[in-house]
Write a protein that binds this ligand. Structure first.
Ligand code: GLA
Length: 391
């Protein structure tokens, strides 16, 4: 990192290097903006940042992953005066760190961030793959700023600040899961987070003799271009209709039985299916944690599979590529559970596979996927990792 920094910005005195992870969500998909539970873990893959403070108020950003964009220059004045709710598409990838600086300017007193900086980023998370490369760069930037300006902000509040940046500056109406999982990751643990109360607990990831394999469809996903925001408003509309007959704050507040009793008030089939996914996925997530706690991997895997079916049929966020990868996985020996992970519409799947079958799994699924789609899938056998650190 330091060598790269020198080659772009010259000199390496006072440069510090930081890291923040990506995340994979094991179960609890599209529940985080519906007041439900999620169960992600941080990864060892992530984003590195090499940073040097400046004497003036200039900000310079460079990403090894987007070297074609060169150095992107801005200033503290520019980022703090931008209007809320503008989607800064022209900033390219730099909208993420700029959004975080903008959020600090919105939420903290003036003059707290009083020097510019030169930052170089490098990430080994495949971009747009559903492993939260954007939350990773956001949380990394916030963590750097906290350290550099000695700001009193907790990791939890860092995650909320970054979600605010993503909602208001980047323009994606995401929930809290990604930023939270990245900021509060803990090695060998997944995080059970109640997104309504933000209460959370760490669950040891005792996968016994199995491994987590992430498979990338290599079909890129752009959250902004996807139907993400549309799904969110569909759920909000379904909730409003349910609230005419039941006193609830979110779709996470009802059981699937209660939902079945009152669902007809929603009227439209498509809205009923969206809400049904949110309600059932939340219950599945709670059940999955119990399964993990009682060492019942088979049940955990079954719940993952059911999650995928619900995302495919009721929530309709999978599509040809994700379905092909997951359906190929389901046929393999040693498979415990497989589903899409993240927002969907392309990106990655997460698979739990008996360690004796890992190679055969990768070979077979890769071949079937290639035959069905003409694309090469990439596979990563991953370990869960910790949160942001100074290296
Ligand atoms: C994206 C969003 C998250 C969450 C997932 C779907 O990753 O950023 O907030 O909604 O999709 O579970």
């Amino acid at each position: 990192m330091i060598k790269w920094f020198e080659s772009i910005y010259e000199g390496s005195e006072d440069v510090k290097v930081y890291f923040a992870p990506g995340r994979v969500n094991l179960i609890g998909e599209h529940t985080d903006y519906n007041g439900g539970h999620v169960f992600p873990c941080a990864l060892e893959l992530g984003t590195y940042g090499a940073v040097r403070p400046r004497k003036d108020n200039v900000l310079r950003f460079y990403s090894m992953n987007f070297s074609e964009n060169g150095v992107i220059t801005s200033s503290l004045d520019e980022v703090s005066h931008l209007d809320d709710n503008i989607h800064h598409k022209k900033d390219d990838w730099a909208k993420y760190p700029k959004g975080v600086l903008w959020a600090f300017a919105q939420k903290f007193k003036k003059g707290l961030i009083n020097r510019g900086m030169d930052i170089l980023y490098y990430g080994d998370i495949p971009n747009g793959s559903g492993l939260s490369s954007s939350a990773s760069i956001e949380v990394l930037t916030a963590y750097i700023i906290r350290d550099m300006f000695d700001i009193d902000i907790s990791l939890k509040d860092i995650s909320l600040l970054c979600q605010y940046a993503e909602n208001k500056y980047v323009g994606v109406n995401c929930g809290i899961m990604d930023q939270f999982a990245v900021a509060l990751g803990k090695k060998d643990h997944a995080i059970l987070l109640n997104t309504a109360s933000l209460e959370y607990e760490y669950a040891p990831l005792k996968l016994k003799n199995s491994k987590i394999i992430i498979a990338n469809t290599n079909k890129r996903r752009g959250l902004e271009d996807s139907k993400y925001n549309e799904r969110r408003s569909e759920c909000e509309e379904a909730l409003r209709r349910l609230q005419t007959v039941i006193n609830i704050d979110t779709l996470g507040d009802i059981t699937k039985e209660e939902f079945e009793d009152i669902k007809d008030v929603i009227v439209e089939d498509v809205l009923i299916r969206r809400a049904r996914h949110a309600v059932r996925e939340n219950q599945r997530t709670i059940e999955a944690i119990e399964a993990l706690k009682s060492d019942d991997m088979e049940r955990f895997g079954r719940l993952m599979n059911e999650s995928h079916l619900s995302l495919r049929d009721d929530y309709e966020v999978t599509g040809l590529h994700l379905d092909a990868l997951v359906e190929a996985a389901w046929k393999q020996a040693g498979l415990i559970g497989a589903r899409m992970t993240g927002a969907g519409f392309g990106g990655c799947t997460v698979n739990i596979v008996n360690e004796n079958y890992v190679e055969a799994f990768i070979d077979n699924v890769g071949k079937i996927y290639m035959d069905m789609t003409g694309l090469k899938a990439d596979f990563y056998v991953v370990e869960s990792g910790g949160g942001p650190v100074i290296l």
